[in-house]
Each structure stands twice: as structure tokens, then as C-alpha cells.
Design a protein around this ligand. Structure first.
Ligand SMILES: [Zn+2]
Ligand SMILES: [Zn+2]
Length: 246
């Protein structure tokens, strides 16, 4: 026996209405009850108005009132990184829902906020291509999607910058957020990435997208491989950055 499409979609609508009644939808950023959707108006507004500064010395994200970040001096292969906000709610909650709770319906709004940063940045707006920090194939199978790639796809669609997929992850690195020690982080990401066979660049300026940046060791390791493969510059684009005060 098979159900036709209209019965299925009515059933789906009914089940959604029932579940909204039993569990009213809450905003993925601040947990406030909302009528429908995944994000409330104030979190949405914050996403499209917030941006972190860029460290004048090393290009990492920094607080708007502190022009120099707390991580200067450590090796960093990106020319600059633009970030929407600090790694704290609502930014951290939105990322966790996207990553671990399958809320891929957040991609248009989160990718839209990233695309706005690209448009407003004198360097990123002139990029030749946009790509994502890849997941290890085992983790990709487990999760079913790479949230960074979904965001890069959205940025490409909104800005018109060409979407590329040049990198692979060779090591299933542990979460950088779990590791407090810088040496441990560095060892964790060494040789974690490679470019796909046959990938060669000729001085292109690339945007590299990730969801979160902590010290930048992961995104920097990935950027290093792109530079070795001939990229002219790599610029980072992340939703949230864990800021270290100087
Ligand atoms: Zn909210
Ligand atoms: Zn710095």
C-alpha cells in the first residue's frame, strides 16, 4: 500500500502542528519561545548587525575595542579572518544546533550573515573562490553533512563567488574547543589536511569558511595547504571566534 503525496504532506503538517503544540518552537539562539521557524527576530537582527574586528598585527578576529588580539606572534597562514560574533550565545547556541542537532534549516540565515560580511569587506569581496574546512570522511558519514560546506555553499550562492572544494581531511582530529593547551592543538592539526589530487592554484585569492575559530590552528593548517598548492592568499570567514584577551 502506498500513500499519495497529498495525504503524506497533510499528515506531516498535522504532526508538525501537534509537535508545536506539545513542544512550542524555541529560538535556536536564545531559547525564547517563537511562533514558528528556527530563530527569533532579535537573534536574526544580531546576526546581520554584529561583526568582530580584525587584529591589526596578525589578522585574527579581535574585539572592536582591542585592535590587537591575544594570539599575535603564533604562526598564522591567513591574511585576515572575518567573524560575525564571539563564541558565546546566541552565536555558540546557533552553531551547536546546526552542528549537533541537525538544524540545517539555519543555513540560509547563518550563510546570509556570512555573505553580508563578505560584501562589506574590501578584501573578501574581491575573492576568486570560496571553500570550506572539510570534515574527516568518518565524521561526515556520521553527521551526514559538513556544516562548513553548507555555509560556504550559501555564501557562494548569495555573493556569486565561485564555490570550490579543494581540501580533504586526513585525520579525524579531536575538537579544538576541548583542548586548552596550544601545543596539543598544534599537534592535533599538523598534517590534518591535504589538497585533492590534481588541485593547483595560480595566485587565486580564496575565502576559507568554518563555523568556529578558537586559536585558529585548524583553519591555519588548512590555509597552509591551499597556499602550498598555489593560492595567492587565504582569508577566513567564520560565524564565531573564541576571543583571547591580550
Ligand atoms: Zn533568539
Ligand atoms: Zn593578533
Amino acid at each position: 500500500m502506498s500513500l499519495d503525496g497529498s495525504i503524506l504532506s497533510r499528515l506531516k503538517f498535522f504532526l508538525q502542528a501537534l509537535s508545536d503544540f506539545v513542544f512550542p518552537p524555541v529560538c535556536c539562539g536564545c531559547d525564547e519561545e517563537i511562533e514558528s521557524g528556527l530563530i527569533c527576530d532579535s537573534c536574526r537582527l544580531l546576526l546581520f548587525t554584529s561583526e568582530l574586528g580584525v587584529c591589526q598585527r596578525c589578522g585574527r578576529p579581535c574585539l572592536p575595542d582591542e585592535p590587537i588580539c591575544g594570539l599575535c606572534g603564533q604562526e598564522f597562514f591567513l591574511s585576515r579572518v572575518r567573524a560575525v560574533g564571539p563564541y558565546q550565545p546566541p552565536f555558540s547556541s546557533l552553531i551547536q544546533r546546526l552542528k549537533y542537532e541537525g538544524k540545517t534549516g539555519l543555513v540560509p540565515v547563518l550563510g546570509g550573515a556570512l555573505a553580508l560580511l563578505v560584501r562589506q569587506d574590501s578584501e573578501l569581496s574581491r575573492a576568486d573562490g570560496v571553500c570550506a574546512v572539510p570534515l574527516h570522511p568518518a565524521r561526515l558519514r556520521e553527521r551526514g553533512y559538513n556544516q562548513a560546506y553548507l555555509l560556504a555553499q550559501e555564501v557562494a550562492a548569495v555573493t556569486g563567488v565561485t564555490l570550490l572544494d579543494p581540501l580533504v581531511r586526513r585525520k579525524n582530529t579531536r575538537s579544538q574547543i576541548e583542548m586548552k593547551d596550544e601545543t596539543a592543538r598544534k599537534r592535533n592539526v599538523e598534517d590534518a589536511f591535504a589538497v585533492k589530487p590534481g588541485v593547483r592554484f595560480q595566485g587565486e585569492r580564496l575565502i576559507l569558511v568554518d563555523d568556529v575559530m578558537t586559536t585558529g590552528a585548524t583553519i591555519s593548517a588548512a590555509a597552509g595547504r591551499l597556499l602550498e598548492a598555489g593560492a595567492g592568499a587565504v582569508m577566513g570567514l567564520v560565524l564565531a571566534a573564541a576571543l583571547v584577551r591580550k
